[in-house]
Design a protein around this ligand. Sequence first.
Ligand code: NDP
Length: 299
Amino acid sequence: MAKAYGLDGKAIADEVIARVSADAAALRGRGVTPGLATVLVGADPASQSYVASKGKAAKACGFHSEQHTLAETTSEAELLALVEKLNRDPAIHGILVQLPLPKGIDSARVLEAIDPRKDVDGFHPINVGLLSIGEMDRALVPCTPAGSMIMLDKACAALGTTLAGKEAVVIGRSNIVGKPMAQLLLQRHCTVTLAHSRTHDLPAVARRADILVAAVGQPEMVRGDWVKPGAIVIDVGINRVAGQGVDAAGKPKTRLVGDVAYAEAAEVAGAITPVPGGVGRMTVAMLMANTLEAAKRSA
Ligand code: NDP
């Protein structure tokens, strides 16, 4: 029997969606319907499914939602022209260009073309800068770290503790997860270590953490003996690995695991997020929260 408090990503994401829906209804009462435009270039099945789930969530929140699907052969100039059109469209408050983009399109250039006030992914350099200087009233924060912070707050409430003064270790320094996560923890007065593939003796560094965030992309890399007893463990990783047996179509089964060896870590941690059903559920919910926020600010 695991000792850790289990954080339920679906239940927490549902709470966020309920709050966003209620606020969106109030905003509609003032004549503003939050609008989200998603842009998909090409036909990658994973990207198609991510964009579809974002559109579905937007509709569930009572937003205006539109999806722009462009051919794999779309030029950078054509994509930039669409972004420009959406930047000027007053019915659109959030623009999400699904990554990765096809080869030959400069993703950084496209992301920088999005109006920072409509950049609901929070990847524009202006938003990165606003987050790093703590201008939270103007910044739009990347969705996965923002969702992870809500889960951390839930864990603290369940354990009767607070974030201020805690040792936080974030493993992974990507621009979309690790770095913004470290910024958010710093703003909440944690003492933050940002670890990565060159970090010496990573297990010892991890064992210092009261708050341990794994955003690595390595299946079950963080073992139970890397976890300080009572720590809060946030597992951002989503890794598809071989499962057991074959499916109905005769294909080998696969399953999703995180960057943390859940069963081992749950024996030691104070609270832990599962995979699936953890942080992944929060990402789409926070995209809705960002779109609502962008719409409120425009009003
Ligand atoms: P990246 O590949 O961009 O970054 C991975 C980071 O992990 C890098 O900083 C890398 O270090 C570090 N790393 C890799 N291997 C090791 C190692 N052996 N030891 C220590 N550090 C290591 O990944 P992302 O940040 O985009 O994603 C991380 C994980 O989170 C993935 O599993 C991804 O699928 C998942 N994810 C989940 C989301 C969700 O909604 N839940 C959203 C986004 C991502 P270095 O910089 O030195 O190379």
